[in-house]
Write a protein that binds this ligand. Sequence first.
Ligand code: CP
Length: 306
Amino acid sequence: MLSKKSILDADSLSLEDIKLILSNADSFLEISRRDVKKVPTLRGKTVINMFFEPSTRTRTSFEIAAKRLSADIINFSPLTSSLKKGESIIDTLKTILSMKVDLIVIRHSDSGTVKMVDRFVDIPVINAGDGKYQHPTQALLDLYTIKKRFGKFEGLKVDIVGDFLDSRVARSDMNLFEKMGMDVTIVSPTMFLPEDFSGMKVKHCIDDVIEDADIVYMLRMQFERQDRKFYPSVMEYNRFLTMNMDRLGKMKPGSIVMHPGPVNRGIEITDEVMDTSGELAEKIVIEEQVTFGVAVRMAILYLILG
Ligand code: CP
């Protein structure tokens, strides 16, 4: 069992909860590798996916996770719901609760909406990403990916690169990475840094960290959340922050490149790096992150509902 009913942010996850989720993910990864990828663990439970913002990985991952555990999962679609007729979110939630669902997975473009929903309902709520605030299950699957590659966290050098102002993934990852004893450096131009980052280790160019890094975590440019001109141009971004073949080749043996997806090719990571094969391809763990995401979400659903 986890210490709280809901997972709303990375900050409120205890070390014990994190370790419990990661250790349980191992057995659920094994199930995902079987020929018949289904166990009856959550038979009779009903999960509802409420995604008010587009998603491929997170929504599908929760759906597959629930189905592999034999839970029933409903994909609520805001665009074809009575929200379009003016029904409020609260009245929508009341309607859903009347149907006796057991858990809500929710993504919303407004920071704080998930907490508001959690206060209103008495069933568990999982934050699948809200505005610029948090994406805790992404951070948990990122931790699990690191655990699988390195077998430890303490002392690993992780450089998080990109737009911190708009990134919910950055906020969740930084919290969990530091909690696990990793050495975190932010690589970002000043214009992508919020004011409260003054106490952090900050670099402005990826070349300053690339040779020493164990993990280079590329953040996605949050174009949909930016209300300003793109940093100052793609050419400038490429010069200081993009992962290209030259930089990939400078990384030390065993080091990895992570990205939460979806990748803006040519901005955070070049086409050549994304499509590389051979020895250097081993460093790119973006697909592993997605695979491990299902196991981590199975573990979360099991620990909350099982
Ligand atoms: N990483 C992530 O949240 O991806 P989606 O937006 O596709 O869910």
